[in-house]
Ligand binder design. Structure first.
Ligand code: F6P
Length: 584
């Protein structure tokens, strides 16, 4: 019965699958267990430790038995997980609401791979852009490409938001202290400008010499309001400062840039976009634009020019090729491994179990590695924008909640922040990520353990603290006074997984990124939702644009928004309060 094939593509909700029903019933069996006992079942533990592609994953502290896993594999079969993974790799238009293929895996394909989209092998297109990035970044880095006043361009400001920002920031943060990357980036600066807040502009430009600065405008659509305003602001900054230097009176308004302005933009501004027409209209020569394709979703675009261009400017192309190779390694693993040994599939299925059956709607991403401090913000965006949906792929309203609330901080900082809640408050499945060989070593004379050992001691300890907890009996035998016992009891039985990477290198960062991307896809495939559109962000954009229009026209009539402008009482009053304040 449980193995009955059910077509999850058309019509049926995942909740109607026999394995879903069986998993619901199985929850009662798991409720009777405690991780304290499960961790002493050696056969179970052996089955739940997976080592693949150099990555060590320990799932023994998940609230599962081998039976749970069998049922999850059955669910995967019945939900046609394999078919959906294949459809993604085969370039089918699985992003059905936008009629697009989902092929970020092609952005890290080896040159000799073949990946078809609508009858066309796109790997040569990907490599044409990568070759162009290599040629350009080599020229900038070796001083062949100079600024308009003849100086080498040592600083880069990458302007972009959402997927055009968080992925590159994650990778940049991960590599900053990696020895090879450090050597390659000596004397170079990479900054990001994402928020439309003028404070972010001021911070991004603070102390930079425009003569030595290259600006990369990153936007898939080249229409995102924040990015385009920031791009215009920074263009004015460049033109004004460089124009002054070139003794030419400049005017930043387009299309008629004065010659010095055009020259400054030509030498100091490049773009990454799928919309080369708008890049040109903005004033950037399409020759200095690096394209990508509609089959790369914004939040999955870090391996396209979105990430590779700014990161290769900072670290050199070779290091970014290692990063791409790591991601490609995980793609192949995901495509080819059986469910039982497939890391993204296993992690995705365990999340389904935690969210949809045990009712744990959040997860904490806790890298015990400062270099991975931007992993949680990046995954927060990829996951929550992908799987925060209310209907299935056919448009049927879902009778359950999809997606997870993601948050996280590097250990041990998080321990002194929100771990109290995780240990004694809500149950939040934790993902601990540790590194065997640190990027940096500090060994204080006379200390027994190094800084890195100390960090990893906490990594090992936290998972067991969550799993075992502390009983009243243990507290009593520790002579804890009775009145304190309720306060000091830890119920334990709190799930976590521990992931260990051999090092934090460009290669392993690529693997980690792809592992997380694919686990998100696995969850979406099982829930039978479209993880690759993002209609939910549209409404806010439309309303902001309405406010912008009204605010602009309010300037001409005593800075007042009127009731007939179409806002409710609350919004009208708030906007007017703001406008009044501005005049003071
Ligand atoms: O937040 C919505 C979104 O469309 C993201 O998916 C995307 O990464 C971001 O905005 C930026 O879009 P663009 O790269 O087109 O500027």
């Amino acid at each position: 019965m449980l193995n009955a094939k059910v077509d999850a593509k058309k019509g049926s909700l995942v909740t109607e699958l026999p394995a879903w029903e069986a998993l619901k019933e199985h929850v009662a069996d798991i409720e009777k267990t405690h991780l304290r006992d499960l961790l002493h079942d050696e056969a179970r533990c052996m089955a739940l430790i997976k080592e693949s592609e150099g990555i060590y994953c320990d799932f023994t502290r998940q609230r599962v038995t081998q039976r749970t896993l069998e049922l999850l594999y059955e669910l995967a079969d019945q939900a046609d997980l394999r078919g959906k993974i294949n459809a993604m790799f085969n370039g089918e238009h699985i992003n059905s609401t936008e009629d697009r293929a989902v092929l970020h895996i092609a952005t890290r394909a080896h040159r000799n791979q073949k990946i078809m989209v609508d009858g066309r092998d796109v790997v040569p297109d990907v490599w044409e852009v990568l070759d162009k990035i290599k040629a350009f970044t080599d020229k900038v880095r070796n001083g062949e490409w100079l600024g308009v006043t003849g100086k080498p361009l040592k600083s880069v400001v990458a302007i972009g938001i959402g997927g055009s920002f968080l992925g590159p920031l994650f990778v940049h943060t991960a590599l900053r202290t990696e020895p090879n990357a450090m050597r390659e980036s000596r004397d170079r600066t990479l900054r990001f400008l994402a928020n439309v807040d003028p404070i972010d502009v001021a911070r991004a430009l603070d102390g930079l010499d425009p003569e030595e600065t290259l600006v990369v405008v990153i936007s898939k659509t080249f229409t995102t309001a924040e990015t385009m305003l920031n791009a215009r602001t920074v263009r004015s900054w460049l033109i004004e400062r460089l124009g002054r230097l070139l003794s030419v009176l400049t005017d930043a308004s387009l299309p008629a840039l004065p010659p010095a302005g055009q020259e400054a933009v030509a030498k100091h501004m490049v773009a990454v976009s799928t919309n080369l027409k708008l890049v040109k209209e903005f004033g950037i020569d399409p020759e200095n634009a690096f394209g990508f394709w509609d089959w790369v979703g914004g939040r999955y675009s870090v391996c396209s020019a979105v990430g590779i261009l700014p990161l290769a400017l900072q670290y050199g192309f070779d290091i970014m090729q290692e990063f791409l190779a790591g991601a490609n390694n995980m793609d192949e693993h995901f495509k080819n491994q059986s469910y039982q040994d497939n890391l993204p599939v296993l992690i995705g299925l365990l999340s389904i179990w935690n969210v949809s059956f045990l009712g744990f709607g959040a997860k904490a991403i806790l890298p015990y590695c400062q270099a991975l401090s931007k992993l949680a913000p990046h995954i927060q965006q990829v996951d929550m924008e992908s799987n925060g949906k209310g209907v299935d792929i056919n448009g049927a309203r879902l009778p359950f909640q999809t997606g997870e609330i993601d948050f996280g901080e590097p250990g041990t900082n998080g321990q002194h922040s929100f771990y109290q809640l995780i240990h004694q408050g809500r149950v939040i499945p934790c993902e601990f990520i540790g590194i065997v060989r640190s990027q940096q070593s500090v060994y204080l004379k006379g200390e027994v353990v190094s800084n890195h050992d100390e960090l990893m001691c906490n990594f090992f300890a936290q998972a067991d603290a969550l799993a075992y907890g502390k009983t009243p009996e243990q507290l009593r035998s520790d002579n804890v006074p009775d009145y304190l016992i309720p306060h000091r009891v830890f119920t334990g039985n709190r799930p976590s997984m521990s992931i260990m990477l051999p090092s934090c290198s460009a290669y392993t960062v690529g693997q980690l990124l792809a592992m997380y991307e694919h686990r998100i896809a696995v969850q979406g495939f099982i829930w039978n939702i479209n993880s690759f559109d993002q209609w939910g962000v549209e409404l806010g954009k439309v309303l902001a644009s309405k406010v912008r229009t009204v605010m602009n026209s309010a300037r001409t009539r005593d800075r007042k928004v009127l009731p007939q402008d179409g806002f409710n009482y609350s919004t009208t009053r708030m906007i007017n309060k703001y406008l009044e304040g501005k005049t003071q």
